[in-house]
Ligand binder design. Sequence first.
Ligand code: NAD
Length: 489
Amino acid sequence: MVSRVIPVDPFDLVIFGGTGDLARRKILPGLYRRFLAGQMPPDSRIIGAARADLNDDSFRATVAEALAEFVPVALREPANVAAFLDRVGYVSIDAKGTGGWSDLKLRMRPNVVRAFYFSVAPALFGDLAERLHDHGIADAWSRIVVEKPFGRDLATARALNETLAKHFTEQQIYRIDHYLGKETVQNLMAVRFANILFEPLWKAQYIDHVQITVAETVDVDGRGAYYDKSGAMRDMVQNHMMQLLCLIAMEPPYHFDPDAVRDEKLKVIRALDPVTPEDIVRGQYLAGKGPDGARTGSYVEHSETPASTTESYIALKVNISNWRWKGTPFYLRTGKRLRARTSEIAITFKEPPHSIFDDAKGWRENVLVIRLQPNEGMNLMVMIKEPGPGGMRLMQVPLDMTFADALGAGAEEVPDAYERLIMDVIRGNQTLFMRGDEVEAAWAWADPVIQGWESRGDRPQGYDAGSSGPEDALMLMHRDGRRWREIKE
Ligand code: NAD
């Protein structure tokens, strides 16, 4: 099946940080794929803006290199690459200085959508907003796209919101959380709100618990200085995992409309209980062999901070105090250097109230598994009769919906989150972007959790590279009579 391409208006997209890692790996390859899909109107332009002293031609060469590295060769017909590069230009600019801004202004064309992607260090977000405004480069229809991290606590997030609000309205600000651009995550909303099947059961009465897992195999080597100031709670839980939790837990919005959806997510965040210390397990990976067989150093060796107490793993039990969810815990875990690279949401339903079958051994619950990575898709575990003449024995089987199969496409054709989100910016659709009050509410929940372990001076528990995380994380579930799903690809 070929997906429908919805046309967008012509645009000028300026990528601040156009020579950086994110631009090379995600933004530029994503734009190229949209170009191939016919979603880039002929009079649209991409302008890289960064400190490097490049011109249009030398920047095009770096874009060509990025495409060669991050786009499959089958999609890189030379004529297509050349036609894409024709749309690309470059301005050398310093976010903190004066050089380059008048040049950028000259490049801006009237009557096209102007979008400015801030793919630079967060310390520069405010400078960029101010200069775009002061040089008259942004107009009332311009949009800015702000990368993560959005603050490191409530105070810094609030300050950043206030700085951006001096120059842009909330309708112009697109705070990106690329998890929201994943097909599966959007499908979660389709499954919930476009089917009668699930929603009546979507409550504490029928759902035993929810697990959200984001497991990585990579370590922080080379990024230790950055990561040490962040840790798993700030890097993954406050933003990405919180967004996933909100989409599972929110009430049906009255319409699939940006503010209607975001209002419902905000209500979930506000209904979160404070997390008690016994419901938190933090870990740090130890030196050892990972799943790839390679030996690497420990977190502390990579962090550059002797005796660092930053967590590379966290597991939390989160309770939501509202009518729908009271009594159904959400267990969240994320970590680096784990057994496998996998992200999934598993919604475990309660067992039927009474079994008419003698085969209690095979008795298991229904689980709806939403896989974000790898192989985006969904699985619904259901009980059926074991085939054959062996009597009425039960077994659990998956009803499998892998999106790549359902779409009749190879896995690489499932659009990347950034592709989808950038096109939403051009369309002016903020549904999949975080609103300022949502981000602040998430920090208001996360701050006391972090301050709690900081004030107690808690040290994270060591865990083996290539394992499923610290021992205590297993106990977090065991003591409630539950268990984590296996971390596997
Ligand atoms: P990077 O260090 O690779 O690139 C930074 C870019 O900013 C470069 O193009 C550099 O020239 C430019 N730059 C630096 N100082 C500048 C200045 N004073 N004026 C103008 N340009 C300047 O960083 P990155 O990894 O691409 O990350 C960019 C942003 O995206 C950061 O906010 C980061 O947190 C976020 N992010 C990155 C990733 C990733 O996978 N790389 C993932 C999620 C979010």
